[in-house]
Design a binder for this molecule. Structure first.
Ligand SMILES: [Zn+2]
Length: 343
C-alpha cells in the first residue's frame, strides 16, 4: 500500500501533524516506564501507522533522542537504522514470492524466540510485524507464547489495517493505538502543501483515499488517475450497453484486482445511494455523480445490493490467488445483467 512509501524519513523527521497526540502519549508512556512489551498500531491504509512505528523504533534505538522523541539521525545506531541494517530492528513480513501472502509460524518462531529477542547492541530489540493480520493461525499462536512470556528487552510492534482479523488472545495482550483520519482541514492543508492544488483536486483525492492523507498523496499521480478514468468509462459503458462486458474485462487485464474491487465497491455503493436519493450529498466518488446518476435511473436497488455483496465477497478473498480474467469477466457480465433485467 502507499504507506510503505512514506514511513519515517530521517531527512524529514517532522511528525505528521494528525499523529501528534498519539505520538506524545506513546513517547510519554516510554519515558514514564509504562511501555508494554507489545504495541498494536491499527488504522486504515495511508494514515501513518508505519510512520509512527518507524519513528518510535528509531527513537528507542537512538543514543541521543530529542526531548520530544525525535531520533538524532547521526549516532551510530541512527546510521544503522537509516541504512536498514540495525541488528535490533527486525521486520517480519509475508515472503514476497510465496504462493500465499501469509506470515508463517516458522518465521514467528525463529524471530520471536528468547534468543532472537535479546538485544545485540543496546537495551532493546524491536520486532515489527507488518501486516499483523497476515499471520496465519499457527503464526498467531506462536506469537501468543511470546506475548505471554515476554522477553524484558523486547518490543513487538504489530501493524494492522484490520485488527478484527487477529485473535482476541493476541490483541488483548497489546497496548493499542488506533489511528483515525484527521479532520478535513488538517488533511487538506497537509496535502495542499505537497501537491499542486491547481493540477490536482485536493478534496477529491482525500475522498478517494477515505481521508487518509498519505494515501491521497500517493493518488496524486496522473497515470494512476487516468487508469481509474478508463476503468470507469468501461464500467459505465458496459452498464449502458455500449461496451461488451468481455471486451471490458480484457481492457481491465492490466489492473490489480485489489484496486478494481475497491473502485467497484465505491461506484456501486454510490449508485445505490443515488437510486435511493438522487440528490444524495455524500458520494465516495463525487466526480462520477453525473454518469452514476444516469445509470441509477436504469436499475432496481435489490439486484444492485446483491451485486455489491458479490463484490465485497471477492474483496474479502483478494489475498487468495485469483484468476483475473475470470474475475473481471464475471464481474462485468453480472454488472451488464443488472441493466438487461435477465438476472
Ligand atoms: Zn541517534
Amino acid at each position: 500500500m502507499p504507506e510503505t512509501m512514506k514511513s519515517f524519513d530521517f531527512d524529514r523527521p517532522e511528525l505528521l501533524p494528525w499523529l501528534a497526540g498519539h505520538w506524545r502519549r506513546l513517547w510519554d508512556s516510554y519515558r514514564e516506564g509504562r511501555l508494554g512489551h507489545a504495541l498494536l498500531l491499527s488504522g486504515p491504509a495511508g494514515i501513518g501507522k508505519r510512520h509512527i512505528a518507524d519513528r518510535f523504533s528509531a527513537a528507542l534505538l537512538c543514543r541521543a533522542p530529542g526531548a520530544d522523541g525525535t531520533a538524532c539521525g547521526t549516532c551510530t545506531d541512527c546510521t544503522l537504522v537509516r541504512a536498514g541494517n540495525h541488528p535490533d530492528l527486525v521486520h517480519v513480513r509475508p515472503e514476497p514470492d510465496a504462493k500465499s501472502p501469509e506470515i508463517r509460524a516458522d518465521a514467528i518462531r525463529t524471530l520471536c524466540g528468547q534468543q532472537s529477542l535479546t538485544a545485540s547492541r543496546g537495551e532493546r530489540k524491536i520486532l515489527q510485524i507488518v501486516p499483523a493480520e497476515a499471520m496465519n493461525l499457527f503464526a498467531a499462536n506462536s506469537l501468543l507464547k511470546t506475548l505471554e512470556e515476554p522477553v524484558a528487552s523486547s518490543l513487538l510492534v504489530l501493524i494492522s489495517e484490520d485488527p478484527s482479523r487477529l485473535p482476541a488472545t493476541v490483541t488483548s495482550r497489546c497496548q493499542r493505538i488506533t489511528l483515525q483520519p484527521p479532520d478535513a482541514g488538517i488533511g487538506s492543508d497537509w496535502l495542499s502543501a505537497r501537491i499542486d492544488p491547481r493540477r490536482f483536486d485536493v478534496p477529491l483525492l482525500l475522498r478517494l483515499a477515505h481521508e487518509a492523507p498519505l494515501r491521497a498523496l500517493a493518488l496524486a499521480d496522473d497515470e494512476a488517475l487516468a487508469r481509474r478514468e478508463q476503468a470507469f468509462e468501461q464500467f459505465a459503458a458496459v452498464g449502458l450497453g455500449s461496451q461488451d462486458p468481455i471486451a471490458g474485462a480484457e481492457a481491465w487485464q492490466t489492473l490489480e484486482p485489489r484496486l478494481v474491487l475497491e473502485w467497484l465497491t465505491a461506484w456501486v455503493s454510490d449508485l445505490l445511494r443515488l437510486v435511493q436519493t438522487p440528490s444524495a450529498t455524500y458520494l465516495s466518488s463525487p466526480d462520477k455523480r453525473g454518469p452514476l446518476t444516469d445509470l441509477a435511473k436504469l436499475v432496481d436497488p435489490a439486484p444492485v445490493h446483491r451485486y455489491l455483496r458479490h463484490v465485497l465477497n471477492y474483496r474479502a478473498l483478494v489475498d487468495a490467488p485469483l484468476n483475473k480474467g475470470l474475475l473481471y469477466e464475471g464481474l462485468l457480465v453480472d454488472w451488464a445483467r443488472l441493466f438487461r433485467g435477465t438476472e
